[in-house]
Design a protein around this ligand. Sequence first.
Ligand SMILES: Cc1cc2nc3c(=O)[nH]c(=O)nc-3n(C[C@H](O)[C@H](O)[C@H](O)COP(=O)(O)OP(=O)(O)OC[C@H]3O[C@@H](n4cnc5c(N)ncnc54)[C@H](O)[C@@H]3O)c2cc1C
Length: 415
Amino acid sequence: MRVVIIGAGPAGLTVAETLREYDRKAEIVLLSSEPFAPYAPPAMADHFLTGRNETLFWKGEDVCGRLGVDHRANVRVTRVRPASRQIVLDGGETLDYHRLVIASGSSLYAPLPGRDLPGVYDFKSLTAARALVERGKSKAGGKAVIVGAGFIGVEIAILLRELGLAVTMVEMADRVMPSMLDSETAEIVLAAMRELGIDVRLETKATGFTGKRKATGVALESGSGIKADVYVAATGVKPHIEFLGGSGIDAKWGVLVDDHLRTSVPDVYAAGDVAETFDLLTGKRYVHAIFPNAVTQARVVAMNLLGYDTVYPGSETMNSLKHLGLPVMAVGAMKGEEELRSRHGNVTRKIFLSDGRIVGFRLAGDISAAGVYRSLMIRRADVRAIGKHLLDPHFSAGALALEAAAARLDLRFAA
Ligand SMILES: Cc1cc2nc3c(=O)[nH]c(=O)nc-3n(C[C@H](O)[C@H](O)[C@H](O)COP(=O)(O)OP(=O)(O)OC[C@H]3O[C@@H](n4cnc5c(N)ncnc54)[C@H](O)[C@@H]3O)c2cc1C
């Protein structure tokens, strides 16, 4: 069996690794448009802040050699031709496959005029991140402006601050990380960012990057502009699907897959940020672009390629913020029919409930309860009987075990 995998990110590499674990003979070709060994994007900030390589190259830089995987770096797939079971590379070369996995991830989504001007940086790949860090280092003591205060934008702001730049962020929403945090948790994060000296401007919409041959400013809807030495776009991500045009593989925002992560074309699967799967709790179609989903999907794809009938349970929404000096965790929905809340200084716990079940939670300052909440959420456990004990600072796995035992015995805690 010859399996060709497009993309050597966490999803692509995990498909290759899982396949190899069960099949010593399969020919596995892993294609990457970047020149590096497979890496983990969540570790990029740490890599640049500390110089550490271990978490960046999370399976070791020699992983493909060890696994006997044919890793071809610096090649870009430009077309997929399912009728002849071939893909086309940017040099015009074609590659045959028996099974194809699309694991091409996502790239920056910045629908802003001037986004392609030289001098506009992003942090979506190791190639892009290196260029940004080099520019940041060469402009230490100067100014940076970041458009977008989402999760990746905040990571960039902290990094550029560490590199010695004065950082301004513009965000059109009324809070930082608007798709991830409720307003109260966002307030705590905003205060921590301001403590670090980051100038965050909310409800400030950028209308584009200005300049003729290179970026010379950020234009704002108010009519004013911001000049800086380093310009960064951090406005979102979009699945890498451009090369699928004419292939017959159905895609909307991402590649549409079924519950076995098969695409609309036989023997072609998709996993990771490129795949439009469905939410574990709501069943709604969505691209959940986070690392754990990419890895779980990749394992499901590999098992199906191996002939095991494996169903994907659905994606989770989950994110954590590192490097802020304050742990923050966001899981699931941002509101529910009911809300449980506690706050002691910066230590905040907010749990959102619908129909007596946890549908999401936000934690700041202390995230030790995250595992227990998540477990209750995924099990769709009825937590009405536990009630406000969920917010107890000592609420822990012990409480979970007790709750499970009580449920079995049909006992209930006094709320
Ligand atoms: C700065 C940053 C921080 C993050 N932090 C977190 C975090 O804390 N927690 C978390 O859960 N998630 C985090 N994420 C998201 C996480 O990194 C992604 O969900 C994960 O990397 C998805 O893996 P993937 O393999 O699907 O895609 P990617 O990692 O995007 O890898 C896809 C690869 O395919 C290659 N490729 C694309 N098109 C082609 C083509 N045509 N031909 C050949 N190769 C191609 C790309 O170059 C890329 O190397 C973060 C992402 C970034 C950028």
